[in-house]
Design a binder for this molecule. Structure first.
Ligand SMILES: O=P(O)(O)OC[C@H]1O[C@@H](O)[C@H](O)[C@@H](O)[C@@H]1O
Length: 293
């Protein structure tokens, strides 16, 4: 069996050993394990999930890859005014739709989310989200498709994949972001927060509290640390958010495990500067491909 499904989750199993586990709640990928490149047998977990994360649907998962839609951070668009931080997609139960393919190149499944009565109370736009998750020997791809199903109204949204990469946070280096402009959300004064900064580091670290939204995200991002690393490829996404709360902000997060911030860096491809606007019947696709290096 290339996949196993229960009422709550789907586990994908690639013939060469790699696995991915998706909670239908939020379509949250909560585990991605692969063999080492050139290694034998043993699987390594590539994503961080806090041991205090709720996996029962009572709140968004603290870890894995939560899906952020239709707003990133606190809502700024009038259509989103009643929504919580990061929107509703990470808090809804998605529908398992189909297996797209299952062979040596990969095992791929599709989940969907459409308006329901709970969403309609907070958000009255028409849309369909389709999420395609594919696991290969050393790769995971997660593609989000946003379709405006309205017949005459535009759909304005932000979308982001909140990827918690399991890594020794204090040794991580992220590149190539040198010369990119970013919003620094750790700034407490509004004016400083709204002023773009230029990245001066060839390798970005997260040894201090980091919450940066880079514009013009590069199509390929390297996240490396001594003895390991991942390459992220982005298609369709325009921004890259790098987040690690460190102890300063991490201690205030109720579902963060003790010193959890030492074990991950969030590297988040998104479309979160301004809003993507889709006309009736139009689709936007954002693709993230993670590969073990
Ligand atoms: O606690 P949440 O809602 O999952 O958000 C975690 C973080 O997510 C990041 O993407 C944001 O840039 C941060 O500002 C935010 O604190």
């Amino acid at each position: 069996m290339p996949y196993e499904k229960t009422d709550e989750r789907v586990v994908l199993k690639h013939p060469k050993g790699a696995t991915a586990e998706i909670l239908l709640f939020g379509a949250t990928v909560i585990s991605w394990k692969t063999p080492e490149k050139g290694g034998h047998g043993n699987l390594t977990e590539r994503l961080f999930v806090s041991s205090k994360a709720a996996l029962d649907g009572s709140k968004a998962v603290r870890g894995g890859i939560p899906v952020v839609f239709p707003c990133f951070g606190p809502p700024e668009h009038p259509d989103h005014s009643r929504l919580p931080q990061h929107g509703f997609a990470r808090n809804e139960i998605w529908t398992f739709d189909s297996v797209l393919f299952d062979n040596d190149t990969g095992v791929s499944v599709q989940l969907t989310l459409q308006p329901n009565s709970a969403i309609a109370k907070l958000y009255n736009k028409k849309f369909q989200l389709t999420y395609v998750v594919t696991v290969a020997e050393h790769e995971l791809s997660t593609d989000i498709h946003v379709l405006n199903t309205a017949s005459s109204e535009a759909l304005d949204f932000q979308a982001l994949l909140h990827t918690y990469v399991r890594a020794p946070a204090n040794e991580v280096s992220i590149s190539p972001l040198l010369g990119k402009f970013y919003i620094d959300k750790t700034e407490t004064q509004l004016e400083a927060r709204d002023t773009l900064k230029e990245e001066k580091r060839s390798g970005v670290d997260v040894r201090t509290f980091t919450d940066s939204v880079y514009e013009s995200a590069p199509p390929k991002v390297n996240v490396t640390w001594p003895g390991g690393g991942l390459e992220l490829k982005l298609i369709g996404f325009t921004t890259l958010t790098v987040w690690n709360p460190q102890a300063e902000a991490g201690r205030k997060i109720g579902d963060m495990e003790e010193n959890g911030w030492e074990r991950f860096v969030c590297v988040e491809p998104g479309y979160v500067r301004g809003f993507k606007q889709l006309g009736p019947g139009e689709t936007w696709v954002g693709k993230q491909l993670l590969e073990v290096v």
